[in-house]
Design a protein around this ligand. Structure first.
Ligand code: PBG
Length: 353
């Protein structure tokens, strides 16, 4: 299904009529404005579209029953108990959104130095995967692989004397991936940025018989200030000691992103991701052009908060800013977008079918 994204916004206020049919003053044979003269003409020459097929909807899970709790720094986004996640999955199915991404808020008492809860086959993520799959087996489910929702220090890996350990962390991530695959997860998405984790996870999935479980690598993931609201949502903002710059990428680098992506593809990634989104569209374009792989962009929590927050204050038109930001990802070459706007844009697309 391909729905032109422009209609909802273009419907408001049409093209001004020509007031006077004056003789041309400039000697211009070529007038690019001709192709923009009316909505039908703009639709005809439009190069990119956003469709519901492009969407992955990230959702936050909390323990409990029948509860939806708002996240202050992400207006319109809530943490949901497992039963409510299933209701959102139902909404996603009705809206034709292909895939959900699950992120847990782990109770502080369950967090420890080594992120043990990540390996609990009955943790929130695994329970949510099983609950959704029981009712809606045909929706895709993506699970993040990283330890930050589970560690007392908020880092994605194991720490010794202030150093994030690479190879020891990869061993744990492999086990986390297996636990999630066992629960029924379709796409394993390592977001930790340890070296070699994609290859290790691929090998372990294959030898456990999970040949069809896909890997979407957070391949070029930058150490970004735009993750702030997400860390509020999963409760790691207050606990995070230091920053993640020894494993996430330096925002100043672009060639390095290509090396990271190349490695993840060589190690067996089925899809690659660039994160954050809008500030890194140049990376999305380079990755797509260089590797021609299924390429995704994550419009992260801070990007969402900027648009939703400004809209809530009446400073921008939130719907138009959302549409414009999403079409920008497609223009940059992304095949799909992880976005907290997924249900909203899907609603709009459905309404204008
Ligand atoms: C966990 C993870 C993060 C995000 C996705 N997975 C945060 C981080 O790396 O600190 C960010 C998503 C967002 O900001 O919306 N490693």
């Amino acid at each position: 299904m391909a729905i032109k994204f422009g209609r909802p916004i273009e419907l408001r206020g049409d093209t001004p009529r020509v007031v006077e049919a004056a003789a041309p003053r400039l000697d211009l044979a070529i007038r690019p404005r001709r192709n923009r003269k009316a909505e039908w003409a703009r639709r005809l020459v439009r190069e990119n579209v956003v469709t519901t097929d492009d969407l992955i909807w990230p959702v936050f899970i909390i323990d409990g029953n029948n509860t939806r709790s708002p996240i202050a720094s992400m207006p319109g986004v809530e943490r949901l108990t497992v039963d409510q996640i299933v209701r959102d999955a139902e909404r996603a199915v009705k809206l034709d959104i292909p895939c959900l991404a699950l992120f847990p808020y782990t109770e502080p008492g369950l967090r420890d130095e080594v992120g043990s809860e990540a390996l609990n086959a009955d943790n929130l993520v695994c329970r949510a995967v099983r609950a959704v799959k029981a009712e809606f087996p045909d929706i895709g489910i993506l699970c993040d692989v990283a330890l930050d929702p589970f560690t007392s220090h908020g880092h994605d890996g194991l720490i010794r004397e202030g150093v994030i350990l690479n190879d020891e962390t990869v061993e744990v991530l492999v086990r986390q991936a297996l636990v999630q695959a066992e629960a029924g997860c379709d796409i394993i998405a390592p977001s930790d940025m340890m070296d070699g984790r994609v290859g290790a996870i691929r090998a372990a999935l294959d030898s456990a018989g999970f040949l069809d479980v896909q890997i979407m690598a957070y391949a070029a993931k930058y150490a970004s200030a735009f993750y702030g609201p997400f860390r509020d949502a999963i409760g790691s903002a207050k606990t995070l000691s230091g920053d993640k710059r020894t494993y996430q990428m330096d925002p100043a680098n672009s060639h390095e992103a290509l090396r990271e992506v190349e490695l993840d593809i060589a190690e067996g990634a089925d899809m690659v991701m660039v994160k954050p989104g809008l500030p890194y569209l140049d990376i999305v374009r380079r990755v797509k052009d260089t590797f021609a792989m299924p390429t995704f962009a994550y419009q992260v929590s801070g990007e969402y908060a900027m648009i939703a927050g400004a809209a809530a204050n009446g400073w921008i038109d939130g719907d138009r800013a959302m549409l414009e930001s999403l079409i920008a990802f497609k223009r940059a070459g992304a095949d799909g977008i992880l976005t907290y706007f997924a249900p909203k844009i899907a609603d709009m697309l459905q309404a204008h079918r």
